[in-house]
Ligand binder design. Structure first.
Ligand code: FAD
Length: 292
């Protein structure tokens, strides 16, 4: 199923993200975790590409497995930074050959030590170029793009970021998924601004359940997200106690999701980080809301 079709419905749904293994030795454990998450029958599952330390060549294997063994629609991520046209075209051909129709088109982060301007050997500067390439390769692809309620860290201001986002959507995005955020008001404000700018495609909010104190710093560094006082107090109070922190982090994420549904968002994407227990707990917290 195409994600754009899913988003046309009014039913509330939950989707999950997994990342591929770093090495062959961890492939089986990641496969097991993704299968346990797929067994929860989410609306779809996304598989990152090269992010979280994962090896890119496993992205398709995992996405294909989720789709074929579990009948759960999968969304394969693809990045273009530091790639040549030739490599990207090969990857697109692999995606088509694997029968994957949902693709998340990303630029990827600039590798440490390289400046964005130093593009020798790279054929892509921004995700918009990958979106165009995917759209040309297959008019039937359902293409997702990333967006940033709190501004992408490289952008000078939100107006500029939204102008580039609009260009990316016009190049062929069917939907957008947000960077994690911990204050829903930031999302509502962002939605107002992008709608005003004429971006009309569906937006899927991305929620990261913070289940241990170490994750906090990493998540903030990665996303530059604002940490509300309510969330800070929770980490201060429970951060030293792993079981309590996990419970509190899951409750916080659940609360965010309920508020998003209550405010008209229909599908929420959970950055479940290969943790089936966390995905299952969030889903069971929402059992009556989701009718599962
Ligand atoms: P872009 O859309 O290209 O935007 C990057 C920056 O460039 C922004 O500041 C934008 O305003 C600016 N910009 C865009 N177009 C132009 C232009 N024409 N001129 C000047 N400036 C411009 N990373 C991975 O490596 N693998 C993954 O699987 C992955 N999955 C992700 C999923 C989601 C939902 C999100 C939010 C992020 C994900 N990332 C992933 C991280 C992402 O690759 C980084 O955030 C990256 O820095 C930007 O990617 P992008 O696709 O948003 O880039």
């Amino acid at each position: 199923m195409k994600i754009r079709e899913l988003l046309e419905g009014r039913a509330l749904s939950l989707s999950f993200e997994v990342f591929p293994p770093k090495t062959e030795t961890t492939f089986e454990s990641v496969k097991q975790a993704t299968e346990e998450i797929a067994a929860l029958r989410p609306s779809f599952m996304s598989v990152t590409y090269g992010a979280g330390g994962g090896t890119s060549r496993y992205t398709l294997d995992i996405a294909k497995n989720i789709k074929e063994r579990y009948g759960v629609p999968s969304l394969a991520h693809l990045t273009c930074v530091s790639s040549t046209k030739e490599t990207v075209r090969e990857r697109i051909a692999d995606i088509r050959a694997a029968g994957i129709t949902n693709v998340m088109a990303l630029r990827g982060d600039i590798p440490a030590g390289r400046e964005h301007e130093d593009r020798s050997g790279w054929d892509y500067a921004y995700a918009v170029e990958l979106v165009r390439e995917l759209r040309e390769a297959d008019a039937d692809f359902c293409i997702g793009g990333a967006c940033y309620p709190e501004i992408h860290p490289e952008s000078a201001d939100q107006r500029e970021d939204i102008r580039h986002l609009k260009e990316k959507v016009e190049a062929g995005c069917d939907f957008l998924t947000t960077q994690m955020f911990f204050d829903n008001n930031l999302l509502y404000n962002f939605l107002y601004k992008i709608r005003e700018a004429g971006i009309t495609v569906p937006v899927i909010p991305g929620i990261m359940p913070i289940t241990n104190a170490n994750q906090v710093e990493r998540a903030m560094k990665l996303s530059g997200s604002f940490m509300p006082q309510r969330f800070k107090s929770l980490v201060d109070r429970f951060g030293h106690d792993p079981a309590a922190m996990k419970q509190a982090g899951i409750a916080y994420a659940t609360d965010q999701i309920i508020d998003l549904y209550a405010n008209g968002l229909t599908n929420v994407h959970v950055y479940s980080m290969n943790k089936p227990d966390v995905a299952a707990k969030i889903q069971s917290n929402l059992s009556n809301i989701l009718g599962k």
